[in-house]
Design a protein around this ligand. Structure first.
Ligand code: FVH
Length: 297
């Protein structure tokens, strides 16, 4: 595909909050767009904007070479697509439903057995961001299929290919969500602490917490090992793990005193403590990543 080709016809299956945003982005970019949803009424506004409503799931699948699916979960996907799996032969199935790497791998095998090309995806955006420059979507699976449809997929947000193994997009998606929820948990803890003193939480969030979280991202390289070991820069950083452990212990103590749950930070102390003392000489925050991993059973 090149930029002078006409926009490829696309089918969107699943018109929840996200599926509707995806279909709207394809429509806005001029793609002939066919839509299907269990509750047919959710297609009304899209049809008013030029989409074609498929009367049946078979009609939806066979309408386009590119079939994008965005449903609640993988069991729902299989409930809907299993009965019409053979109609997918020769088409590209792009699954943007949130799930696990195992579910992505199983669905890739299922699609391949039916003669379909398969890409699994992870949407790193909320519906209003779809089609905006800050949205990005992760894809894994067949590189040639990604290349063929990259232009169309870029309509949704920046399309980032992360590898040929089908489970990779899901793994990266869940990893990024884990980082986000961890940050939400820390931010909630901060708000709970400050909230014990009748503070203006809205002002605290906008003038201090937000800028602080943004500034803290400069420390991310310290968490990443290079060539299997912590970088010397990390080990000798101005913020060594033993210093950080004292600070975290103080947060735990203050949380107790302010009657705020300390479980979140107490848990963080466990791996950090393993980084202190002579045996830990030369180790840094990057070693915490290994300490979090469970040993292979
Ligand atoms: N919305 C978000 O912020 C996030 C952003 C990141 C990616 N997620 C994932 O996207 C998938 C869909 O999410 P959604 O926001 O569109 O979810 P809903 O609005 O709840 O829509 C669910 C769709 O699934 C259909 N559905 C549910 N159960 C069934 C069923 N048993 N049979 C057929 N269809 C079913 C539902 O249909 P209906 O209720 O309208 O008839 C919607 O089309 C999801 O994986 C997120 O994790 C979104």
């Amino acid at each position: 595909m090149n930029e002078h080709d006409p926009p490829v016809p696309v089918t969107v299956i699943g018109l929840g909050a996200m599926g509707k945003a995806l279909a709207a982005a394809f429509l806005a970019a001029g793609h002939p767009t066919t839509v299907w949803n269990r509750s047919a009424g959710k297609a009304d506004s899209l049809v008013a904007d030029g989409a074609t409503r498929a009367a049946t799931i078979t009609e939806a699948v066979t309408a386009s070479p590119l079939v994008v699916v965005c449903l609640l979960d993988y069991p729902v996907l299989h409930e809907i697509l299993d009965p019409v799996g053979d109609a997918l032969a020769g088409r590209a199935l792009v699954n943007l439903t949130n799930g696990t790497p195992d579910q992505a791998r199983e669905t890739a095998t299922w699609a391949t057995e039916r003669g379909a090309d398969y890409l699994d995806g992870g949407i790193m955006a909320v519906p209003p961001m779809i089609g905006q420059p800050e949205a990005f979507v992760l894809y894994s699976g067949s590189r040639p299929v990604f290349d063929q449809y990259e232009q169309a997929l870029n309509r949704l947000g920046i399309a980032k290919y992360v590898g040929a193994a089908a489970g990779l997009a899901s793994l990266y998606d869940l990893a990024l969500l884990s980082a986000m929820y961890g940050q939400f948990a820390g931010a909630s803890h901060a708000l709970a602490l400050v909230g014990t003193e009748k503070a203006d939480l809205a002002d605290f969030a906008s003038s201090l917490l937000g800028p602080w979280l943004t500034a803290a991202t400069v420390a991310l390289p310290l968490l990443v090992q290079q060539n299997g070991t912590s970088t010397q820069a990390a080990a000798e950083s101005d913020s060594p793990p033993d210093m950080q452990t004292v600070a975290i212990a103080n947060i735990v103590t203050a949380s107790n005193a302010q009657n705020v749950d300390r479980a979140l930070l107490s848990h963080l102390l466990i791996p950090l403590r393993d980084l202190i003392g002579p045996p830990a000489h030369g180790r840094g925050l990057a070693d915490m990543v290994d300490l979090i991993k469970k040993p292979v059973e």
